[in-house]
Design a protein around this ligand. Structure first.
Ligand code: HEC
Length: 183
């Protein structure tokens, strides 16, 4: 292979999930071991949506702040993550995901958040590639970003326009408290 220009990268991205070991164009590695993440472990479904293709090439999650995507992101989050990370991502067995403190550097980028979710971290944070499709991971990520309680200017994963409109998440008043009401 002598030509490794941008054209090659785009072709490689399109072919990335076709078979064999598959690696993205954005830096995706296991946050604990540093090994590159092999995307061929991903579930068959949801590999080739526009969001996944865009994300693997650019690291941009086009689902962020998309009103028609957030409900599915919330549902997936409540099924797959809230038991350990809390109803509002405030933290429980696992750390809070709704503030600007991160154990793993880079989780303030969507590539970083994805690699922690796809490849897992330590202890009970196992890899999620067997539970969620790649497209579902991007949906969950959009929900996690939506419930962010930090200052809008620290929401660096948003576009400048989205950031200007972003307000820290306030749960709706009718949200049921899973612990049985206020204490
Ligand atoms: C069985 C419990 C469990 C489940 C389910 C779980 N996690 Fe975790 N998660 C943890 C624990 C424990 C850690 C801390 C691991 C570490 O520090 O290495 C963690 C860490 C993380 C981190 C790193 C946070 C940081 O500060 O850098 C992210 C991001 C994360 N989880 C996202 C998710 C998402 C999204 C889901 C659902 C798809 C999920 N987790 C499901 C237990 C869980």
């Amino acid at each position: 292979m002598t030509m490794r220009g941008p054209g090659f990268l785009v072709v490689a991205a399109a072919a990335a999930l076709a078979g064999g070991a598959a690696f993205a164009q954005i830096p995706l590695f296991n946050v604990v071991t540093g090994e590159p993440l092999d995307l061929s472990f991903a579930l068959e479904e949801g590999r080739d949506t526009e969001a996944v293709t865009t994300f693997l090439q650019t690291g941009v999650n086009i689902y962020n702040e998309k009103a028609d995507v957030l409900p599915s992101g919330e549902e997936l989050y409540l099924t797959a993550c809230s038991g350990c990370h809390g109803h509002l991502a405030e933290g429980k067995i696992g750390p809070g995901l709704n503030d600007d403190y991160w154990t793993y550097q880079g989780n303030d980028t969507d590539a970083g958040l994805f690699r922690t979710i796809y490849g897992g971290a330590q202890g009970q944070m196992g890899p999620q590639y067997g539970h969620l499709t790649l497209d579902e991971m991007l949906r969950v990520m959009s929900w996690i970003r939506h419930v962010y309680t930090g200052a809008p200017e620290t929401a660096t994963w948003l576009t400048a326009e989205q950031r200007a409109a972003f307000a820290p998440y306030v749960p709706p008043p009718h949200a049921e408290d899973p612990d049985g009401g206020p204490d």
